[in-house]
Ligand binder design. Structure first.
Ligand code: GRF
Length: 188
């Protein structure tokens, strides 16, 4: 798994029945996610972004390969991988995003939803392609925006849904029940 921050989605996956996590890699050395992984007995690695996106991506892929990972699961990973990663793991990189894509891509999805005044936003799990927060959509869930919501309250409601949805999708993917056929996602 690739992480950069709090790692609550990682925790949800650790708490689920998924047992095939090979390594948790972070670009941020003091990410809480690393402590969660260590506590669960999962190997951790820190790969800081130092020079170029391509060199960084190479290091991430090498680290994943060293640990025998055959797919990458992004959860709050704040870097964009170079196209080399997508070629190396075709339709084998998953990401979770706190909106109903293609609405509100980017780091400020929750505040965008609030400033647009939408009454429904949500969660998207998708395969990663060359563009940011883009690629074949695997699963989505709607989350209501309630009167009086601020970024914190709305993100908390969204995260509750993330923590239920992501472990289910990752487990299905690992069972071979999520794949792309003729450009469309099949979810069994
Ligand atoms: C989540 O809301 C996820 O959708 C977004 O970043 C956040 C990560 O949270 N990509 P956490 O680190 O899993 O707690």
């Amino acid at each position: 798994m690739l992480v950069s921050g709090a790692g609550t989605n990682l925790q949800a996956i650790l708490d689920s029945e998924i047992e095939s996590l090979r390594v948790v890699i972070s670009d941020v050395p003091d990410a809480t996610a690393l402590q969660r992984a260590a506590q669960a007995g999962i190997p951790t690695e820190v790969v800081p972004f130092t020079s170029t996106r391509s060199a960084f991506t190479d290091q991430i892929c090498e680290s994943a390969a060293r640990h025998g990972a055959e797919a990458l699961v992004l959860a709050g990973f704040m870097r964009v991988l170079a196209p080399e990663a997508i070629k190396r793991y075709p339709h084998r990189i998953l990401n979770i995003h706190p909106s109903l894509l293609p609405a509100f891509p980017g780091v400020d999805a929750v505040s965008q939803a609030l400033s647009y005044g939408v009454t429904v936003t949500g969660v998207t799990v998708h395969f990663v392609d060359e563009k940011v927060d883009h690629g074949p959509i695997i699963a989505q869930r709607a989350v209501p925006v309630l009167p009086g919501d601020d970024e914190e309250s709305l993100h908390a409601r969204i995260q509750k849904v993330e923590h239920d949805l992501y472990p289910r999708v990752v487990a299905a993917f690992l069972r071979g029940d999520v794949f792309v056929e003729n450009g469309k996602v099949v979810l069994r």
